[in-house]
Design a binder for this molecule. Structure first.
Ligand SMILES: Nc1nc2c(ncn2[C@@H]2O[C@H](COP(=O)(O)OP(=O)(O)OP(=O)(O)O)[C@@H](O)[C@H]2O)c(=O)[nH]1
Ligand SMILES: [Mg+2]
Length: 469
């Protein structure tokens, strides 16, 4: 953990969302936070904030000028002022929050007064950056704060909360400590010259190394699901014209979002909507199933469909159960081979005319029979959609799911260094070389929690935050 770094300036920002709200908050952090607010705050009980106990609040007004300045007092707003003294605060510095009415003009005026009285406007993420620099949280936890704010689904929120609680940080420091122990043994063994002892040592180091790299590998394996949890699942509805793709979109959304008509080729532009399925954010994209275009609109429709298909996570491939299978069905089904697919036979409310055995053969998977019109079996489809991605439940290492791109990159680099170290030992090179690879792996893993950091990395991470966080 980094040492507490003293900042002698006090930062301030509006901490609540811009717009109208019942309550708005201007937050300050730094050694002069209490003093600054005291300059512009008139307490009902006329007392100064100086002696207010930590975690207490006081009722009063933020004023344009205090009486003692000789000018007439003018009230900006009626407020509650909350004081949290160092080190038991979000930033580990003195923090003061001014709770006012939530109008954007009121908040701007209060912030102006705070800045005139000696605070500096905070950079995006600067409060959290101070929490990190002052050692209250590590870098992975600081990133989790941002993820909590940006979470689009319950699963994403839960994952970020776990990360903020320090579960990833704990696992990382466990792995790092293990590597440090191996490194110490390797370094101690470097001068060991007796043949048999060196061999033994080598085997032992290899065994322990493999354990660590296995754990890193499992963390990396969780990142596929981690990305889906974080960004949501991108699902494309595909199939030839008129099979009921748009009807299916509407049935899942439970609203008449897309135009549905008996005319083949109704949908041209891709239509995208988001929905939460079992706590997972899902982006559903309805497409056109045209194979050969007849005009410029259809040409563009095909281009857009292809683009959607290219980077989706899952395809809902729809057949019309009330008609026999066509050549078009076969051609389109071939286009999506290699993708994760759920096969759907729609219009199940009508007499089945499709040859299910042929559908099975074509898609090498059992189709799901539904009716977009009546809504029959749409619930099962949602279930199947979730299970197709999370087929064995959540893959995880002791409940850990890595979702942050920076973490994934770090783990990949660490995994590579560990592999190189193993190669060095396997090929019988000197232990000194192995020590070099090991050191590299330890350093790399340390980047995750911020043991090793550069201003550049911190700037990049905290710039993503909103003002006031
Ligand atoms: N009986 C029955 N008719 C359906 C069902 N689903 C869709 N239809 C009908 O099939 C026709 C085509 O439906 P759409 O949802 O527009 O089909 P689509 O695949 O989006 O068609 P394009 O946009 O032209 O590619 C409409 O007349 C729908 O009412 C269903 O489950 N049962
Ligand atoms: Mg359509």
């Amino acid at each position: 953990m980094p040492q507490i770094e003293a900042h002698n300036d006090t930062i301030a920002a509006i901490a609540t969302a811009i717009g109208q709200g019942a309550i708005g908050i201007v937050r300050l952090s730094g050694p002069h936070a209490v003093f600054i607010v005291d300059q512009i705050f008139l307490a009902k009980n006329k007392k100064s904030l100086k002696n207010l106990k930590t975690y207490s609040c006081r009722y009063g007004w933020i004023v344009q000028n205090k009486k003692k300045s000789g000018l007439e007092e003018r009230i900006i707003d009626e407020v509650l002022v909350l004081v949290m003294r160092a080190p038991s605060s979000y930033t580990r510095e003195d923090v003061v929050e001014i709770h006012s009415h939530g109008g954007s003009r009121v908040l701007a005026l209060i912030l102006e007064r705070v800045l005139e009285s000696g605070a500096r406007l905070a950079q995006p993420g600067e409060f959290t950056r101070r929490a990190f620099l002052n050692g209250r949280i590590d870098l992975a936890q600081a990133e989790a704060v941002l993820d909590i704010i940006q979470a689009k689904s319950d699963l994403a929120l839960k994952n970020s909360q776990d990360q903020l609680s320090g579960n990833i940080s704990r696992k990382i420091s466990e792995l790092k400590n293990e590597l440090l122990e191996i490194l110490a043994d390797v370094e101690a063994g470097i001068d060991f010259s007796e043949e048999a002892a060196v061999l033994n040592e080598r085997e032992n180091v290899l065994l322990r190394l493999r354990r660590v790299s296995g754990a890193v590998k499992r963390l990396l394996e969780s990142s596929f699901q981690g990305r889906l949890i974080r960004e949501g699942l991108k699902v494309v509805i595909y199939g030839r014209p008129n099979v009921g793709k748009s009807s299916l979109l509407n049935a899942i959304l439970k609203q008449e979002r897309a135009i549905v008509t008996p005319v083949a080729g109704t949908t041209r532009d891709t239509i995208e909507e988001s929905i939460n399925i079992k706590g997972l954010a899902v982006r559903l994209i309805d497409t056109a199933g045209i194979l050969k275009y007849r005009d410029a609109i259809e040409k563009e429709a095909i281009a857009r469909t292809k683009k959607a298909l290219k980077d989706c996570d899952l395809v809902l491939f729809v057949f019309d159960g009330s008609r026999p299978l066509t050549k078009e069905d076969e051609v389109l089904a071939k286009q999506v081979q290699g993708k994760k697919i759920i096969n759907i036979v729609n219009k199940n409310d009508k007499t089945l005319k499709i040859d299910l055995a042929r559908v099975r053969r074509l898609c090498s998977k059992e189709p799901l029979l539904v009716s977009a019109r009546s809504g029959a079996h749409i619930g099962e489809l949602e279930e199947e959609l979730f299970n197709t991605v999370f087929d064995k439940g959540l893959i995880s290492t002791e409940g850990l799911v890595i979702s942050n791109v920076r973490h994934i990159d770090i783990l990949k680099r660490a995994f590579k260094s560990l592999g190189m170290c193993e190669d060095t030992l396997n090929q019988g090179y000197s232990m000194e070389f192995a020590a070099l690879d090991l050191k590299k792996a330890v350093e790399t893993i340390g980047e995750l929690t911020g043991d090793i950091r550069t201003e550049e990395v911190l700037d990049r991470i905290f710039a993503k935050f909103c003002l006031g966080k």
